[in-house]
Write a protein that binds this ligand. Structure first.
Ligand code: PAF
Length: 205
């Protein structure tokens, strides 16, 4: 497994690769991320997983600070999953100049999570556009757990005329029914029970 931290290094490696599958993550990897890697491996010659906690998509500073980070454990999981390449850029590497883009995706930019997390999807669009620019992947894989995010990324790909195919992948759940998420690490056991009950109610209505 190769690990790159700079745009220059990863681009010179990718120069002669044919089909590239891309799994963007913010780390704190779990089985749902690994399932995306596994799908990508069956559909592409090379699979790249990025680990980058994107400051632009956090509307609360406290949330960014508290976001779980464990790169050593992430690398061990990716190695066990036989991921080919890991890209771990710094903030400076991703955003060498100030970016003040405002994307608009119609209703998707206004309702549900967009309403409660102002600027969140704009930040996701900024980072995904930048990753697509750096890696030019053939296919990019996103979990259906974040369904609105998946729709936003599909709309982004269309808006920027990207040649990357955006692929949604099935939700992975704990035995309790709770959808796997890096953020679950921040829940107490009681909160997890409540979340799994809500999740079951929403799944089976
Ligand atoms: O779903 C996530 O982990 C993030 O929003 C993503 C897609 C990696 C962009 O930072």
């Amino acid at each position: 497994m190769l690990v790159f931290t700079t745009v220059k290094e990863i681009q010179s490696f990718l120069n002669d690769q044919k089909s590239v599958g891309f799994v963007p993550t913010m780390g704190a990897l779990h089985q749902a991320h690994i399932s995306l890697i596994e799908i990508s491996k069956t559909e592409n010659e090379i699979t790249i997983c990025s680990i980058f906690v994107n400051p632009k998509q956090f509307n609360k500073k406290e949330d960014l600070i508290k976001y779980p980070r464990n790169t050593a454990a992430d690398l061990a999981k990716l190695k066990a999953a036989k991921c080919d390449v890991v890209f771990i850029p710094s903030v400076e590497e991703m955003y060498p100049t100030a970016i003040k883009k405002e994307f608009y995706f119609g209703m998707l930019s206004e309702v549900m999570e967009a309403e409660h997390r102002p600027g969140h999807f704009n930040g996701v669009a900024i980072v995904i556009e930048r990753f697509f620019e750096i890696l030019n992947p053939t296919n990019a894989y996103f979990g259906e757990k974040d369904y609105q995010q998946l729709a936003v990324v599909k709309a982004l790909a269309e808006q920027i005329n990207s040649s990357t195919k955006v692929i949604g992948c099935p939700i992975f759940r704990e035995k309790s029914g709770l959808a796997m998420s890096s953020r679950n690490e921040r829940l107490t056991e009681e909160e997890k029970v409540v979340a799994s009950q809500i999740s079951k109610a929403l799944t089976f209505v």
